[in-house]
Design a protein around this ligand. Sequence first.
Ligand SMILES: *Cc1c(COP(=O)(O)O)cnc(C)c1O
Length: 381
Amino acid sequence: MDMSIAQDLSADAYSARLVIDLDALADNYRRLAAEAAPAETSAVVKADAYGVGADRVAPVLYSAGCRSFFVAHLQEAANLRPHLPRDATLYILNGLQPGAETYAAANGFVPVLNSLEQVAAWRRAAGALHRDLPALLQFDTGMSRLGLSPEETARLLAEPDLLSGLSIRYIMSHLACADDSESPENDAQFAVMRERVAQFPGIPLCFANSGGIFFDKSFHGALVRPGVALYGVTPSDRAASPMKSVVRLEAKVIQTRIVPAGTKVGYSASFIAPVEMELATIAVGYADGLPRCLSNRGAAYFGATRLPIVGRVSMDSIIIDVSALPQGTLTLGSLVEIIGAHQSLDDVAADAGTIAYEILTSLGHRYRRDYINNSKSGESA
Ligand SMILES: *Cc1c(COP(=O)(O)O)cnc(C)c1O
């Protein structure tokens, strides 16, 4: 249990509650692993497991069979290490900052090497330690973000000694358009990667993210790297979502009022009641990860009833129009759904003009966080 003060309050005292279903998470891992088999399925747990809580999520994934974990930063690997058994490997997607090599090697972290500079620095660390050091080698196949350029690749092929002292476990690349199975970029990137596979014979391929797992099986290589699909987000446009939803967010009503036509609502009076309305103020705001661009756009749900957001999203609260419900249905302490059965993460993201990744990784830390259905320990909430 998270040791924040909120957890010490009685179960009723919270004003918003984030429920994280660990069984759904484990099921999602197994679903992806079955899809990717015989490739190994890793888990991307960067950004605190996409905001869901890496220290809680990673051990559950380990129990579901995962042994390879990807984070973005060295600090994330250091934070996560104590929560995983020794036979779990932590890979660092962004590679290492110059000077961090010795620390990373001492802790057994495996960096993704994204440039010849990083290759050289990791080799120097291996030399100093008098042992081979493991790494992944990333190639840029068309995203221009991280990885060896075609020029660097040519140099490496001309001077294979640049890799001596390193044990390259996988060659990898990352899809730029995995959310669009029809995009020609996917095949174009894969064509470059097939060339790399031929150029570095015997080194297995690590290529597909969540979306790529649902492409042709040839995209899987030997190790797949799903992130967002683990947390319940639709991985690709191709399939009706095969993933189970993992997070549910509920907020409490902290005040209700009936206002006459013409009443101004929220900051900057951006909404004026066109008719008499019943409004409810709920206890989540942009400081809790509901973007301010949901002002006058998104909604909460009570049962199947959509309750539109009216006025600006405030830092700590949002006002919703509850007139669609019989008057007085919602009272102080009533719970409304922000993310759940009636409104998915994808729906909230669409209302906010963003992607579910951003909504997930922005989820705040003021909620009561309940981790439920951890069948591994039998713990519930
Ligand atoms: C974040 C990330 C992933 C996971 O991507 P999803 O779309 O969340 O599955 C995989 N590989 C790399 C290099 C990443 O940066």
